[in-house]
Design a protein around this ligand. Structure first.
Ligand code: S3P
Length: 452
């Protein structure tokens, strides 16, 4: 589906972004692991998270959907069923493909095959296969590297993992496996990545704790969680924020956005470039450091309710303003990983050079986002080039416009659309339907801001 996005005068008004995709995936999976029902408020209704609901249904969980609310009736930590058809279809959901095997690998028995669409089949899974095997898991993948992935349930042993690349998907997979493994499991990251799994499990009274860049988890039999409230997705909101930054005269308010520090790297980068964004950004390190329950499953002192799980959320007030180039350092990359294409877009409108370093991971997202951003924006008139580990943009001239290929990637489709609004001649986005993966209401929300 092709869509044209013509230049607009300004964006104004209020918008509420869709629910957070990462937290929705985790809520469905953790709900499936619980013995008692879990109510999830504001679960994301999009293709990726529907894949996760289908998967948990196939694993034996119940899912009751009511307006804006889901009740997941889990099978317990050790009770995943074998699906009748044999294969779990993850669709386009990389998070499901990489995180779910951690839970399945530690089941007392059973066999599961995970497969997905054409893009999933190009996404590396060796990063979970290898460490899971070191815990005794029986996991197979194409050439040990690519989906489909087959997992057989068996007894796991706790292990220490030192990740080469900061990845919340890999960390979450190993933490799930760690809850089913004997002894203790440790996961150390080279830099912080999103911590939604840790927060959710801490609140579910899992024996999980963090020490700097290391997460430790021990075996447990039961999770206790009765409600998750999903905030707005900062990654989806980022496209609206970026649009307001680059369309002159804009001023928008984005309501109820998740502001967990591990997700707001793009907002910090944009502010450094001169963007005017007012909002209560969570300070690092996050409240999760308040301390989860101890490893014996005890309370966290004084009988206080755990607060460490809280996913902070708030409103952002964004105004268009002059921008200047910046350099994004490698340690900032995991905290803005899905929004880095937008840094390139801002770079086109910023004075001077914008450089992103240490972002090789972009090559293995839903599409090769280094190639997509560089070729796509260059086709619209940008002065941009790919580097070994990212890209460099010389900005100031804005964008002429033209045709932009979404490459089947939801975030690239939204990038093309925002580029069109800020361009001189408009942009035709090829493959706009990709937005269904994370933000089905994207075009309607943009339209609302044009009328706002
Ligand atoms: C995600 C983690 C990130 C991110 C992806 C969602 C998650 O991937 O790019 O869109 O929900 O854990 P990596 O963990 O591979 O960096």
């Amino acid at each position: 589906m092709n869509r044209r996005f013509d230049p607009v005068d300004r964006l104004s008004g209020e918008v509420t972004p869709p629910a957070d995709k990462s937290i929705s995936h985790r809520a469905a999976l953790v709900g499936a692991m619980c013995d008692e029902p879990l109510t999830v408020r504001n679960f994301l209704d999009a293709a990726d998270t529907r894949s996760t609901l289908d998967a948990v249904l196939a694993l034996g969980a119940g899912v009751d959907e009511r307006e804006g609310e889901l009740v997941i009736r889990g099978v317990g930590l050790h009770g995943a069923f074998e699906p009748t058809g044999g294969t779990l279809d993850v669709g386009n959901a990389g998070t499901l493909m990489r995180v779910l095997p951690g839970w399945l690998a530690g089941q007392p028995s059973g066999r599961w095959r995970l497969d997905g669409d054409e893009s999933i089949r190009r996404r590396p899974v060796g990063r979970v296969v290898e460490p899971l095997r070191s815990m005794g898991a029986q996991v197979e993948a194409e050439g040990d590297r690519l989906p489909p992935l087959t997992v057989r349930g068996r007894r796991l042993e706790g292990a220490g993992h030192t990740l080469q690349v900061a990845s919340a998907q890999v960390k979450s997979c190993l933490v799930f496996a760690g809850m089913l493994a004997s002894g203790q499991t440790r996961v150390s990251e080279p830099a912080p990545s999103r911590d939604h799994t840790e927060r959710m499990l801490a609140r579910a009274r899992a024996p999980i704790e963090r020490d700097g860049l290391t997460v430790r988890v021990a075996a447990t039999d039961e999770l206790e969680l009765d409600e998750v409230v999903v905030p707005g997705d900062p990654s989806s909101a980022a496209f609206l924020v970026a649009a307001a930054c680059v369309v002159p005269g804009s001023r928008i308010v984005v309501r109820d956005v998740g502001l967990n520090w591990t997700r707001t790297g793009f907002l910090r980068i944009a502010e450094r470039m001169g963007a005017v964004i007012v909002g209560e950004l969570e300070a690092a390190p996050s409240a999760w450091d308040g301390g989860p329950p101890d490893a014996a499953g005890g309370d966290r002192g004084g009988g206080a309710e755990p607060s460490s799980d809280v996913e902070p959320a708030g409103d952002l007030d964004v105004r268009a303003s002059p921008l200047e180039g910046t350099t994004v350092a490698p340690e900032e990359v995991p905290l803005a990983i899905d929004e880095l294409p937008l840094v390139a877009l801002l770079g086109c409108f910023a004075e001077g050079e914008t450089v992103v370093l240490g972002a090789e991971e972009l090559r293995v997202k839903e599409s090769d986002r280094i190639a997509g951003v560089v070729e796509g924006l260059r086709g619209l008139g940008a002065d941009i080039e790919a580097t070994a580990d990212g890209f460099a943009v010389r900005g100031g001239e804005g964008l002429r416009g033209g045709s932009f290929d979404a490459r089947g990637d939801h975030r690239m489709a939204m990038l093309g659309a925002v580029a069109g609004l800020a361009s001189r001649e408009g942009v035709e986005v090829r493959g706009m339907n990709a937005v269904e993966v994370s933000y089905p209401g994207f075009e309607a929300d943009l339209k609302g801001l044009l009328e706002g």
